[in-house]
Write a protein that binds this ligand. Structure first.
Ligand SMILES: O=C(O)CC[C@@H](O)C(=O)O
Ligand SMILES: [Zn+2]
Length: 521
């Protein structure tokens, strides 16, 4: 723990380091299947699966003849059957949504995806595209017995254009592996999130994932220059331009960015990767009021300017949860609010000077009560772990009700306070954290088991509140299966009608990821 003077000393002593030269993520946890499949989780899942069960409806059940076709197309090793083999693919990592798929297909090429979809469309077989299956709204799991199309084997990086920084790859590249690949060329993927070790870039694109550095690098609608997607009919739509400027007709790639696999299956992308920063610094700050959080954010923007690469927010309850459940010790504690301020630039001395000026300002004026600056990669990893592992820590408490909302910054934390009062003692925890630089709050509430009464007190109140302040009910996680029926809180009926028309046009038989994104009829 460092006060103002000591903090300034620590800053000047902080060792500089090169991002490219250290493996930032090697020690980070993975959002994967292994840690959740405990017997207590299974008990919770049985409860929740009843809540979510839906019917196959108009789609056909897969039969022997269909299996024969897929086996001839892919060979016997790229078609997976059997309950235990499919266990991790039939449920989300939170174990809140469970499907009953009996077949998973592993294509390697766009042509194979095209053949699969064309066949499924003709035979009215529903499909669920799946990347790393790290989603939080049940968008990447089957909800009845859809065929899972996994992008696991579609993991080739096709080209790195070092002049322009444009990288072309298949959709199944794991985000972290892609980032490490482009690091050899002095580049970085302009997206980073806790699930980086498992999530696929195609899943990121399909959900328009936001993550920890959107503040600096913008959304994937901006960084993704080209997309190749396969429609339900099997037709391949090639929008794979690698040009930053291309005003030729409608920009169709945007239809596939963020539509969660309901309009087409993304097979390739071209993404602009900026230069990897040469100097990175990370400060963890402790504050006593939310107003001071906002003042610190404004000061960070004006004092750090273009080197500000992340501005994250954690409340006391979230940090305590990480401390208690994961036994991670924060370097500072006992504050109501915490902020992570990261700088990334090309000149260590210059960046440190700027960070110093910013910290002197916020500490000197008493806006920030305490802070620490990471002086080496292992400390930075540790501090990032406190933020990135909150979702995992919450999961240890039992059932998590997750809300991912955008609000004007003046309303950002009020939601958490109001919800705490509204829920009283019926819950274990109600906490808020997130990407304050993007106005994106992760409101999370835990109980030891799924409790319908608690859910009914939270929903639709949380959506009504968000809509009243003109926010978004899904800032970055998408609507998937769980939130699809709340879309009207963020979109007009005219917009939803047009979305349904687009779905009908691109997927007339509705085989692509049914029960996702769009509300029930
Ligand atoms: O668990 C959540 O609600 C948020 C997960 C993720 O988007 C994060 O920012 O950590
Ligand atoms: Zn997030």
């Amino acid at each position: 723990m460092l006060g103002g003077k000591e903090l300034r000393h620590a800053i000047s002593m902080a060792s500089r380091w090169t991002w490219a030269s250290c493996n930032l993520s090697s020690n980070l946890y993975r959002w994967n299947k292994t840690f959740i499949h405990t017997s207590s989780c299974h008990r919770k899942c049985e409860l929740t699966s009843k809540r979510y069960q839906v019917k196959r409806g108009k789609y056909n059940e897969i039969n022997e003849e269909n299996i024969k076709f897929f086996t001839e197309l892919l060979g016997p090793h790229r078609i997976i059957e059997g309950e235990s083999e499919l266990e991790g693919h039939n449920t989300d990592w939170l174990d809140t949504v469970r499907g009953a798929s009996s077949v998973l297909l592993k294509p390697k090429t766009t042509e194979e995806v095209s053949a699969i979809l064309s066949y499924c469309n003709q035979h009215r077989l529903a499909v669920c595209p799946q990347g790393g299956n790290t989603g939080l709204v049940g968008g990447s799991v089957p909800v009845f017995d859809e065929i899972i199309i996994s992008t696991n084997l579609m993991n080739k990086v096709e080209n790195v254009d070092t002049w322009s920084g444009v990288v072309t790859c298949q959709s199944g590249c794991v985000l972290e592996a892609l980032d490490q690949h482009v690091a050899d060329f002095g580049l970085m993927v302009p997206l980073d999130l806790g699930a980086k070790g498992s999530c696929h870039i195609g899943g990121n694109v399909s959900t328009n994932a936001g993550g920890l550095r959107l503040l600096r690098y913008g959304s994937l609608h901006g960084s993704v220059l080209g997309v190749e997607a396969v429609l339900a009919s099997g037709e391949v739509i090639d929008c794979m331009t690698a040009m930053k400027k291309d005003n030729t007709g409608y920009d169709l790639k945007h239809l596939f960015i963020g539509s969660e696999g309901t309009l087409g299956l993304v097979t390739k992308i071209a993404i602009h990767c900026p230069p990897r920063p040469q100097a990175v610094n990370l400060a963890l700050l402790g504050l006593s009021t939310y107003e001071n959080v906002l003042k610190t954010y404004v000061a960070a923007k004006s004092k750090l300017g273009e080197i500000l690469s992340s501005c994250e927010f954690i409340d006391r309850s979230s940090l305590e949860c990480v401390e208690e459940n994961l036994k991670l010790k924060p370097p500072i504690s006992s504050h109501e609010y915490y902020m992570l301020i990261e700088t990334s630039g090309s000149n260590g001395t210059h960046d440190e000077e700027k960070l110093n000026i910013f910290l002197e300002d916020v500490l000197g004026s008493g806006i920030v009560d305490d802070g620490t600056v990471a002086s080496e990669p292992s400390r930075m990893l540790h501090i990032w772990g406190l933020r990135e592992r909150i979702a995992e820590a919450l999961h240890h408490e039992g059932y998590t009700y997750k809300y991912d909302i955008s609000t004007p910054l003046s309303h950002f934390y009020k939601m958490v306070e109001d919800m705490r009062k509204h829920l009283g003692s019926k819950i274990i925890r109600c906490c808020g954290y997130g990407h304050i630089g993007d106005g994106n709050l992760h409101l999370n509430i835990t109980t030891d088991e799924f409790d319908k009464e608690v859910l009914n007190r939270i929903e639709p109140a949380v959506y009504e509140w968000t809509s009243k302040v003109n926010g978004s009910i899904s800032a970055e996680h998408g609507l998937g299966f769980k939130k699809r029926n709340y879309i009207h809180y963020s979109k007009s009926s005219g917009a939803v009608t047009l979305m349904k028309q687009m779905k009908k046009l691109l997927d007339p038989n509705g085989i692509l990821n049914p029960y996702k994104v769009l509300p029930d009829e």
